[in-house]
Each structure stands twice: as C-alpha cells, then as structure tokens.
Design a protein around this ligand. Structure first.
Ligand SMILES: NC(=O)c1ccc[n+]([C@@H]2O[C@H](COP(=O)([O-])OP(=O)(O)OC[C@H]3O[C@@H](n4cnc5c(N)ncnc54)[C@H](O)[C@@H]3O)[C@@H](O)[C@H]2O)c1
Length: 214
C-alpha cells in the first residue's frame, strides 16, 4: 500500500517508516530534516507540516507523527499541521486508514500546557476524521504513548536522578521503544479493520498508578 508518514527522519516516525518498508509497502516521508533512508520504496520530501505540502496522490495509509514539545509552536505543528496534512492526503476515496501519534498528555493533561492542548485537540480531530472517512470504509485512530526512548527525551533519560523519579512512578519500570510504537501503528493501520475513532494509551501504567490509602 502507499503510506505517507510525517516526521520520518528520526525517532518514532523513522521506526514506523522502517516497519512499513520491511513489510513491503511504498513509503513517502515528509520531514524538516533530510532522508534517513536510501531505499527504492522510500521517497522523501523535505517539508514543514505547517507550510506548503508536496502533491502526493492516492495515499492509502496516512500516519501523522511529526511533533514538537514545548517549542512555542506546539499547537501550530502538532495540531494545525496534522489537520492540514490530513485534509490534503487523508480525505479522499483511496484512503484505508489514518493514524495519529498523540500522547498520554491528551488524557492526563500533564506535561507542557500547549503540548497537552495540542494532543487533546488531535484526539478530538481524530474522531472527526473517523466519521468523515467511514464513507470509504476507512478507519481513523490515535496512539497515545507515555515516555518513549527517543532523542526528544534525551535530556531526561540522561539525568540519573530524574530517570529514577520517573521509574518510581511507572509500574512497568520502563519506557516504550520507537520500534514498539511502530508495531502498534502497523497493527492499527493495517491489521485492524473494525476499530475506529479510538485512542489507545501506551504508557507502561504511568497514568493508572492510582494511590489507595486506606
Ligand atoms: N518520545 C516520546 O516520549 C513521545 C511520547 C508521546 C508522544 N510522542 C509524539 O510522537 C511523535 C514523534 O516524537 P519523537 O519522540 O519521535 O520526536 P523526535 O523529535 O525524535 O522526531 C520528530 C520528527 O518530526 C520532525 N518534525 C518536527 N516538526 C516538524 C514539522 N513542522 N514538519 C515536518 N517535520 C517535523 C522532526 O524533524 C523529527 O524528525 C511526536 O508527535 C511526539 O509528540 C512522543
């Protein structure tokens, strides 16, 4: 299938692109940074999701992954950028599935104010898209990871004291890898045919660690 993924140059987006390439799909990546791959099934556009988008026809799977955190542009990139990408490539009859990489902060409200708002908005927009693509038999869902071991979090992962505090609050005592989020994305986008308009929380139990005190 023809898959368009945003933010493929590193982190989760790169792992998602690798997974789809391994499974034999045609992947189109879009990122501010240069291409991470030299594969014949991969086409890369250096582009900003908030700017002019290249013309790419007949997208069958759309993965909105590009995102920033506490950047001063979180709403512009994470929410408005994903809307602009989806309206251009996702709302057409060839579409089979749309997946949004949201965040646990969409549910908890934790982390940075504009980041949480951008991801909460993204989950609401995903539900709007699910209703609109259902006319073509397509699904739309979001994945909401807690911590993932990417460069976005290097400053936290390399701070021993902070990492110990985070692990103390995380029941499974680990974060997800980008490769695991790629597996989830592949399942939701390709294997799944019946779940739509849903957000899946993948946070190693962090947000369910309710304290029981009596
Ligand atoms: N890492 C985590 O812990 C975590 C947790 C929950 C959700 N997420 C979300 O997952 C997604 C990917 O995060 P990551 O950790 O891989 O980040 P990352 O910073 O490692 O990679 C993000 C990629 O998106 C690209 N990008 C950023 N702004 C862009 C723009 N305006 N236009 C085009 N490309 C742009 C970057 O160049 C980069 O290649 C983000 O939406 C992030 O909010 C990450």
């Amino acid at each position: 299938m023809k898959v368009l993924i945003t933010g493929t140059s590193r982190g989760i987006g790169r792992a998602i692109a690798e997974k789809f390439l391994q499974m034999g799909h045609e992947v189109v990546g879009l990122d501010l940074l240069p291409s991470p791959f030299a594969e014949k099934n991969y086409t890369h556009f250096v582009a900003d999701v908030t700017g002019e988008l290249p013309d790419v026809g007949d997208v069958e799977i759309l993965i909105n992954n590009a995102g920033v955190q506490d950047s001063g542009r979180d709403i512009d990139v994470n929410l408005k950028g994903a809307i602009s990408v989806t309206e251009k490539y996702g709302l057409q009859p060839r579409i089979r599935s749309v997946v949004f990489i949201a965040s646990a902060s969409a549910t908890t409200g934790a982390e940075f104010p504009a980041y949480a708002a951008s991801k909460g908005g993204l989950v609401a927009y995903m539900k709007n898209v699910a209703l609109r693509v259902s006319q073509w038999g397509a699904t739309a869902n979001s994945l909401s990871p807690g911590g993932v071991t990417t460069a976005l979090n290097r400053h936290v992962m390399e701070d021993e004291k902070m990492w110990a505090q985070i692990m103390a609050l995380t029941p499974l005592k680990k974060w997800a890898t980008p490769e695991e989020i790629a597996e989830w994305t592949y399942f939701v986008a390709v294997i799944n045919k019946s779940m739509t308009a849903q957000d899946i929380l993948i946070d190693n139990g962090e947000s369910s660690d309710a304290k029981f005190v009596w």
